[in-house]
Design a protein around this ligand. Structure first.
Ligand code: PFF
Length: 480
């Protein structure tokens, strides 16, 4: 059964995909990763991977969604049948749905912290706090399972409400209000940060490219971040692509998404580092950058609590528009497959993901240092869920680029892309070789078992593997 949903306007896919892409990844993760990995050099690699790997996969994933006009799981089933390929490719849909489910569970807990900080800023609780006070307040939040669960429930419940209302009434209408508001708030934050903070130091930090200062880990982090930030490999883009107008251009849309997403990360980075440098704080604080360093900067500046409240509202809105894109692929599947109505499908997905989120909640307190997960896997439940997605995301991206690059024929893809021959060739080259090789490289390099081997050995393995996968695929196709 195919879905009859198509976005109301030709441009709505763009709005929805930008909503999915812009989130905690831009406002929280990008600045702290750039801060930890030396600023400009990280940015350079990040931008390179966005354009050489991210955009080609983004086009491929959207294409699979639009071509099938189904949820990722049913869509991949449909595509393997109509294109007479191995059913093993259906794993793309299942992998995407499973990772969307897992990511939502912890994304919601972390987004919940922003609810707490919005409240703190409005109440002015932190306005006179010093460094220890702000850090102690963050620790107190993490130590309370009740508070974390409350915020987690509020956040996931609000996201569920939007998706439960339906593709048009909920998602489209919600995003139409939310996204312009977010960009307006971002501009206000940047203007404030430029006036109060040290924008020159921030620009210097982000735009001075000293590539030698970037460690191999920095390269890997930059590549992982470009996947996370573009919402790739998780079915979110595929699910939204299923509703995309046939008249919209895949290429222009993908470039626009990547451009806006990168611009938001840069503006957020500039604003955050301007505030951090202006207050004489450390840019390499890590994940606490947004929840510890930034509130401290807000506490020290005139009018800081107002700016702080606006800032955390921005974070919340951005996280919400991303969370709904994590619910949609699974909810759409449950509707298609089991004939549930939307509220039922969304409730089933969200309640299960909420329950899984409790593991993340406890990972910051009761189970922080010792838990069954530590005993079995040597890390907290949250660490384990994060690791699972860090593997599933590149793996999903790798499979998508292999499937789109090798499985679909030249003619089919040409028809869907409707683009000039030159760009088409470049894109084919990118999804055939560059993207799979780059992703597989990062993937293998991050496995503990292969870390001892040299980069050339892994690189060679990756290239041979890509060719082998492609060839066996073609053989299968010709035989059928
Ligand atoms: N792209 C989102 C962000 O940068 O915060 C995170 C995300 C949303 C990842 C949706 C994956 C996804 F399917």
């Amino acid at each position: 059964m195919s879905t009859n949903n198509v976005w109301t306007h030709k441009g709505t896919f763009l709005l929805a995909a930008v909503g999915s892409a812009v989130g905690l990844g831009n406002l929280w993760r990008f600045p702290y990763l750039a801060g930890e990995n030396g600023g400009g050099a990280f940015l350079l690699v990040y931008a390179l991977t966005i354009f050489a790997v991210g955009i080609p996969i983004l086009i491929a994933e959207t294409m699979l969604g639009r071509n099938s006009r189904r949820s990722p799981i049913m869509g991949m089933r449909f595509l393997t049948r109509t294109h007479r390929t191995s059913r093993a490719w259906e794993s793309i849909g299942w992998l995407g749905a499973a990772s969307a489910f897992i990511i939502l569970s912890f994304y919601s807990v972390i987004a919940g912290w922003a609810i707490h900080y919005t409240g703190q800023m409005i109440a002015g609780t932190l306005s006179a706090a010093d460094a220890e006070g702000v850090a102690a307040s963050f620790d107190a939040l993490l130590a309370s399972p009740a508070l974390l669960t409350l915020y987690h429930s509020l956040f996931i419940g609000s996201s569920a409400l939007v998706v439960g209302l339906g593709v048009h009434r909920g998602i489209e209408n919600g995003l139409r209000i939310l996204m312009p508001a977010l960009f307006a708030i971002l501009m206000v934050v940047l203007a404030y940060a430029a006036t109060i903070g040290d924008l020159a130091a921030a620009a210097d930090f982000l735009f001075t490219f000293d590539i030698a200062s970037l460690s191999l880990e920095g390269w890997l982090a930059a590549m992982g971040q470009s996947f996370f930030t573009l919402s790739l490999g998780m079915g979110a883009i595929m699910a939204y692509g299923a509703y995309m107008s046939g008249a919209a251009s895949l290429t222009t849309t993908a470039f626009t998404i990547a451009f806006i997403d990168t611009a938001v990360a840069l503006i957020a980075g500039l604003a955050i580092f301007a505030l951090v440098f202006g207050a004489g704080l450390d840019p390499s604080e890590g994940p606490g950058l947004m929840f510890v360093t930034l509130p401290l900067a807000f506490a020290e500046m005139p009018g800081g609590t107002l700016l702080g409240a606006i800032f955390f509202l921005l974070v919340l809105g951005a996280a919400l528009s991303s969370a709904i894109s994590l619910i949609e692929p699974v909810a759409a599947y449950l509707v298609e497959r089991f004939d549930l109505n939307r509220p039922q499908a969304v409730s089933a997905m969200v309640i299960a993901s909420w329950a899984l989120g409790l593991l993340t909640v406890f990972s910051f307190n009761r189970w922080a240092l010792d838990s069954p997960f530590h005993a079995l896997f040597g890390r907290s439940a949250f660490g384990l869920l994060e690791l699972a997605t860090n593997i599933a995301m590149p793996l999903g991206g790798l499979l998508i680029s292999l499937f789109a690059g090798w499985a679909l024929t030249h003619g089919e893809v040409m028809k869907e892309m409707r683009t000039g021959e030159t760009w088409f060739r470049v894109w084919r080259l990118l999804v055939h070789f560059v993207a799979p090789a780059a992703v597989a490289f990062v993937f293998l390099r991050s496995l503990p078992q292969v870390q001892g081997y040299g980069i050339p050995a892994i690189g060679a393995l990756v290239i041979v593997g890509t060719f082998a996968a492609g060839r066996s695929f073609l053989a299968e196709r010709n035989a059928s």
